[in-house]
Each structure stands twice: as structure tokens, then as C-alpha cells.
Design a protein around this ligand. Structure first.
Ligand code: AP5
Length: 202
């Protein structure tokens, strides 16, 4: 099964992908995480992506589509976190992967800012957590927790604007195709994982 996680910044795509991937034996693939790894390693892709990400903008479609096309080769069931993010990316995806379900995490915008400014991420495995959960190291692998460079209020505001403009039309795009599952993503992380799991099992 191939699954897309769709939702605004901070809706829980990364958090839920980790749990759903483990529960269902899928390969998690986060374009944001791949870009951040490349930025840390100062690769050519990282240098290119950094200029967009630091300004809350999307990395150009062509770069991102090719990255995902390469990354899904040889996989047997993936969970895509953060891709597609534009209608052009969604149309390109159709040419190389069959999408079975699109999980849309629907969260009120007011809750998102608090989630994002308090987010911490593992330097080693990239798993997100939140300061309110009280972890001093990564609950998944014990790695060091750091704050993402794009989790400042200024950049978060720009990311919300990009989401509204470029990504939110995908809700209608996939609704029309009939494979969108809308999850009301408030409540505990465990409750939401359960809701997603039930929806995917149907
Ligand atoms: P990306 O890394 O994909 O960022 P994003 O979409 O902005 O999403 P986030 O990672 O911020 O949020 P999330 O929904 O994963 O939430 P999380 O689970 O962490 O992309 C970064 C950048 O890369 C983009 O801005 C763009 O420039 C570029 N990029 C990436 N993909 C691209 C593409 N396809 N095309 C072009 N450019 C691309 O949760 C957030 C916080 O909330 C955490 O602290 C978590 O612990 C907490 N939390 C989660 N669930 C709950 C809950 N139920 N209750 C309370 N807290 C919760």
C-alpha cells in the first residue's frame, strides 16, 4: 500500500508517519527530512534546498519530483510525508506510483503555531517530539534533540502562506479521486494514530 500524509505544517505528518510506517510495515519517506539531511551534509542538493527552506518557500517541483522518483525505486509500500505539495507534483507522482490512500490531517490553525514553536527534532534519526512531552533525548533512538531552523515564528508564517496557496488545493484534488481520508487530528498522538490506522485498514 502507498500512502500520502497531507496537512499543514505542524499537523503531525512526521509524527504519525513514524508510527503508521512501523505498524503497517511501510517505508517512511519525508522530503523535508531528506532536504535537512542534505543541508547538514552540505551537498549540492542541500545548498539549493536551504535557500528555499530558510525563507519558508517550496523547493522547485522538478528537483523534488526527481528526488522522490529515485527514492521510491525498489520500495514495496511507502508512506510519503510532505510530498506531493503542489498539484504539479501530484500529477507527476501519478506517472510513477499508485497512490492508495491520502490521509489528510485536519487541524485548526491556532493549534499549529504552538506545536511548531515547541517542536524538537532528533539530530540523528529526525523523529519529532515536543517540549511539552518532557523528553531530554530522542524517545525513538536516544539522539540529541535540536530545534529546526525553519521553526521560527517568521518562517512559520511564510510556510502557512505557502501551504494555503500551493498545497491546500490537493485536498480537493484527492477528494475528487475518491481516495482522501479526512482525519480530525486533535487529541493525543496515540488517539490519532489509532484513527489513521483504522481508516487505512478499511
Ligand atoms: P517538512 O519537513 O515537510 O515541513 P512541513 O510540511 O512544514 O511539516 P512539518 O514537518 O513542519 O510538520 P508535520 O506535519 O510533520 O508535524 P510534526 O509531526 O513534526 O518540509 C520542510 C520544508 O522543506 C518545506 O517548508 C519546503 O521548503 C521543503 N519541502 C518539503 N517537501 C517539499 C515538497 N514536496 N515540495 C517542495 N518543497 C518541499 O508535528 C509538529 C509538532 O507537533 C511536534 O512537536 C509534535 O510532537 C507535535 N504534535 C504532533 N501531533 C500532536 C498532537 N496530536 N498533539 C499535540 N502535539 C502534537
Amino acid at each position: 500500500m502507498n500512502v500520502i500524509m497531507l496537512g499543514p505544517p505542524g499537523s503531525g505528518k512526521g509524527t504519525q508517519s513514524v508510527f503508521i510506517a512501523r505498524k503497517m510495515g511501510l517505508t517512511p519517506l519525508s522530503t523535508g527530512a531528506i532536504f535537512r539531511k542534505n543541508i547538514a551534509e552540505k551537498t549540492e542538493l542541500g545548498k539549493l534546498a536551504e535557500s528555499y527552506i530558510a525563507d519558508g518557500k517550496l523547493v522547485p517541483d522538478e528537483v523534488t519530483v526527481n528526488l522522490v522518483k529515485d527514492s521510491v525505486k525498489g520500495t514495496d509500500g511507502v508512506i510519503l510525508d510532505g510530498f506531493p505539495r503542489t498539484v504539479a507534483q501530484a500529477e507527476a507522482l501519478e506517472t510513477f506510483l499508485k497512490v492508495d490512500k491520502v490521509v489528510y490531517l485536519d487541524v485548526e490553525f491556532d493549534a499549529l503555531l504552538k506545536r511548531l514553536t515547541g517542536r524538537r527534532e532528533c539530530r540523528k534519526c529526525g523523529a519529532p517530539t515536543h517540549i511539552s512531552l518532557g523528553f531530554t533525548s530522542c524517545p525513538q533512538c536516544g539522539g540529541e534533540l535540536i530545534q529546526r531552523a525553519d521553526d521560527t515564528e517568521e518562517v512559520i508564517t511564510k510556510r502557512f502562506t505557502e501551504y494555503e496557496k500551493a498545497t491546500s488545493p490537493l485536498v480537493e484534488f484527492y477528494s475528487k479521486k475518491g481516495n482522501l481520508v479526512r482525519i480530525e487530528a486533535k487529541g493525543s498522538i496515540e488517539e490519532i494514530t489509532e484513527k489513521i490506522f483504522e481508516a487505512l485498514e478499511k
